[in-house]
Design a protein around this ligand. Structure first.
Ligand SMILES: [Zn+2]
Length: 819
């Protein structure tokens, strides 16, 4: 799964006790102890749940009353006992109204609780025999299945039904064994009004029109998968069909009026399948693959087997593509079709076996499609995220308390280090063998470890130990001196591991490259294992060349902190000549504290020379406040930089804008990137308020993702006294709009301090919304408004007068009456 920023939420972790658990563990007397580390990740409460029967097949038949949020279902589970005799069966079904149960075709007694339904099996089910139960039920799920827009009477909202099963939410609309340590085949049969498309997992067996204006859709999975991956998507869509090189049929869903967005949204979709088949060595494991966008989606996307759901904010046009596109998330969810769906962790605590791989392969795909620089940059961003997480705690990747930054970014960076340490092709062979051995099955981290043993004859215990089973990262203090010993000149690196060590984090052992670059353009390098607290590495320099700069870990493969002081001359040489982009970037970034007069010409040269956008963005950012004519000339050139990222860095960072620069910067109001237009509109309107109305007129045709630009325009005009713009903002905040537009509108209203009865009504709806990314900001904004007594009375009036269901009223009261 991914959030829309490309990061992912782990709703499946139910690890509330894990932090306390870690704190209560006895502390070892010695930090150097070689005590087994299983205690850092072995958590008895996260063993796979026990179950008495093996679920084999689920047939689900569904009909809906969407206006009421009602599901009418019949589910048949076929199973075989895992015990000699099973006389009752419990299925998760919280909030589901069970209408009848049959066992072996005859009515069976059952009891229900807040958690589910228990069916008495009489006669008991027995070993080596396949049995089945059928449950008829109704539900008004508030989780797991979401009804969008069916109560909108304005005709603005789309009308959809879609599911989100991971972690354990499918149980709210399907009575089932809702744990990931059982895999089953599925048939999903849905009857719905004919004008809507219905998508579920697997192959479409049939779609049959009924006389009553409905169609009966039948989808079938012939390979087993876990229940959290069962999905449903219903709405009005067009479908574009493509095929991968090996013939995998791809169904790309889109909103019919947005046909032009198909190409930018789904760019590289077929290439992605080819890439993953090549990299994993395993053909796409399922017969077909569909992707469907939905409104108000809770996260970024979800890898339901053969049928990924994603937020419709990723349905971008050619311009939106420049700011934030679906390519990475597309790859992420597709990777899960292997890592997560084809092989599945026995419990959520194995999340890294899904998410780290689903983060790693998109990064590798970037290298194939966009080049080595993009790959290095993506890796650096992951490393930064992982290191920031360590400032909070140092849970191992494998611990239930690891958090998304470790399960996604750190794990992906660790797989990169596997690639670096063991080699690209060896790792590929390990992964292929690991996938094939556990095809359509369940895995643990040890299964990957064993694949190293089976395929390469290696037992990389040290690697798994320091990067997966234990926490933290190394911090290296590096210094370099040139000296002569017995007449031989040499470059001496002194490396210290100076990170705090305790029972959780020890000294790290890693092969690291140390490179010496000379002024004549040549270089020497050594790859040595650094595993001591203090270690000296000597690079001989028999030709007595002059050293220009030195590198520790060129290419920045190792996840690490580093202190490595360098002179300005060394930085200048490194920025100009280091072979890899990320090393040149580090040299530029190290110049941030150096006065502009000293570094200006070096930065300008870097801007001229560098191909990758992050390098030019760094230059622009460092010179953004520099009034020197040469710096201003460069900033003015950056208005027309070919990379949207650089133009965005320019308009967000530039300051000290002179009168004469107004005309120079105004072209950014017509930029191809929406983000650049939005930033320019704000910045230039603030700097040149007399031109505000003209700027709004110039951008009048731009909406932007989530109506971002439209809302900025209304905010600026409302701030200038335009009443109709306030009305427009109030309208855009109403429930019939998709959540991004609403959040943008609410934020504008907060900045304008505009809190009317209509705004409060919209806020109250948003504060009780299923989507946390609407609910959270709306609640914060409500709290802000509630700080004045005038607004407080508006909220209280809303609570007293409007017709909120009891559960929503409770949620609202919890905010309104405690402020
Ligand atoms: Zn994921």
């Amino acid at each position: 799964m991914t959030t829309d920023s490309g990061r992912t939420l782990l709703t499946w972790f139910r690890a509330t006790a894990c932090i306390a658990l870690l704190c209560m563990l006895p502390v070892l007397a010695s930090a150097q102890s070689a005590a087994p580390t299983a205690r850092w990740y072995y958590e008895p409460q996260f063993e796979p749940p026990e179950h008495q029967v093996d679920m084999l097949h689920m047939q689900l038949e569904l009909a809906f009353v969407p206006e009421e949020g009602l599901v009418r279902g019949t589910v048949t589970h076929r199973f075989t006992p895992l015990r000699p005799r099973v006389d009752s069966l419990f299925l998760n079904a919280p909030g589901i109204d069970v209408r009848g149960v049959s066992y072996r075709g005859r009515p069976a007694p059952f009891t229900t609780s807040t958690e589910g339904v228990t069916v008495r099996l009489d006669p008991p089910a027995a070993w080596d025999r396949v049995d089945s139960i059928t449950i008829r039920y109704e539900a008004h799920p508030r989780r797991g299945l979401y009804f969008i827009g069916w109560q909108d009477t304005t005709g603005t909202s789309r009308k959809q039904i879609w599911s989100q099963g991971q972690g354990i939410d499918n149980r709210h609309w399907i009575p089932c064994y809702d744990e990931q340590n059982d895999k089953l085949t599925t048939d999903v049969i849905v009857t719905f009004a004919t004008k809507y498309q219905v998508l579920s997992n697997g192959a479409l067996v049939s779609s049959t029109r009924n006389a009553d204006g409905t169609t009966r859709w039948h989808y079938r999975m012939v390979h087993p998968h876990s229940v959290y991956l069962v999905m449903l998507g219903i709405g009005e869509y067009g479908i574009e069909h493509r095929r991968s090189a090996n013939g995998v049929p791809l169904s790309l869903y889109y909103y019919p009026e947005w046909r032009d967005r198909v190409e930018p949204t789904y760019r590289y979709s077929a290439e992605a399948v080819d890439f993953l088949e090549r990299e994993t060595g395993v053909p796409y494991p399922w017969g077909s693959y569909a992707q469907i966008p939905v409104q108000d989606y809770l996260y970024g996307a979800m890898e339901n087997t053969t049928a990924t759901v994603f937020g419709d904010f990723f349905l971008v046009d050619q311009r939106g593509y420049l700011d934030r596109n679906y390519v990475y998330v597309n790859l992420h969810e597709l990777t899960h079709q292997w890592f997560g769906d084809y092989i599945t962790g026995r419990v959520g605590r194995n999340a890294w076996l899904h998410e780290s791989f689903a983060s790693f392969y998109p990064k590798l795909f970037q290298r194939v499609m966009f080049g080595e620089d993009a790959y290095q940059w993506a890796r650096r961003k992951e490393q930064e995220t992982a290191l920031a997480a360590s400032a909070k705690n140092r849970f191992p990747i494998l611990h239930s308390g690891a958090g998304s930054e470790r399960v996604y970014q750190k794990g992906s960076a660790v797989i990169d280090m596997m690639r670096y340490t063991f080699g690209e092709e060896p790792l590929r062979r390990v992964i292929t063998a690991y996938l094939k051995k556990h095809a359509y099955g369940l895995v643990e981290t040890n299964d990957l470890y064993q694949a190293f043993q089976d395929v390469l004859g290696l037992s990389p215990a040290w690697f798994f130990e320091e990067w997966i089973y234990r926490g933290g990262e190394p911090h290296y203090q590096v210094s370099v001196e040139e000296n002569t010993l017995a007449g031989a000149q040499r470059t001496v690196f002194t490396v210290k591991q100076d990170h705090p060590r305790d029972e959780l984090v020890g000294l790290f052992q890693m092969p690291i490259v140390l490179a010496v670059h000379y002024t004549d353009g040549t270089a020497d390098s050594l790859r040595v294992v650094i595993d001591q607290e203090t270690q000296t590495v000597i690079v001989p320099n028999p030709a007595q060349k002059a050293v220009a700069f030195t590198l520790f870990d060129p290419g920045s493969w190792i996840l690490k902190g580093i202190t490595f002081p360098k002179t300005f001359d060394q930085l200048r040489a490194q920025a100009a000549r280091a072979p890899q982009m990320i090393d040149r970037y580090d040299a530029l970034a190290a110049m941030r504290t150096i006065p502009a007069d000293q570094k200006r010409s070096e930065l300008i040269r870097a801007y001229e020379r560098e191909v990758f956008h992050a390098m030019r963005s760094e230059v622009v950012t460092q010179l953004a406040a520099d009034a020197h004519p040469e710096a201003r000339t460069l900033l003015h050139r950056a208005v027309h930089d070919r990379a949207a990222e650089v133009r965005l860095a320019l308009i967000t960072s530039i300051n000290g804008i002179g009168e004469e620069e107004q005309a120079v910067l105004e072209p950014l109001l017509a930029d191809s990137s929406y983000e650049v237009v939005a930033a320019a509109l704000r910045k230039l309107s603030r700097r040149f308020p007399d031109a505000l109305r003209s700027y709004c007129a110039r951008t009048a045709n731009d909406g932007g993702v989530g109506n971002q630009i439209r809302i900025i325009r209304h905010e600026l005009l409302a701030g200038a006294g335009e009443r109709s713009s306030l009305d427009s903002l109030e309208r855009l905040a109403r429930p019939e709009h998709e959540f991004r537009t609403r959040v943008n509108a609410f934020e504008a209203l907060r900045r304008l301090n505009h809190c009317t009865g209509d705004v409060v009504h919209s806020l109250c709806d948003a504060m009780t919304h299923a989507n946390g990314r609407l609910r959270g900001p709306a609640t914060d904004i409500a709290r802000h408004f509630l700080t004045t007594s005038v607004n407080r009375s508006v909220f209280q009036h809303e609570l007293a007068s409007a017709d909120w269901p009891a559960w929503k009223r409770d949620m609202l009261r919890a905010v309104i009456e405690t402020e």
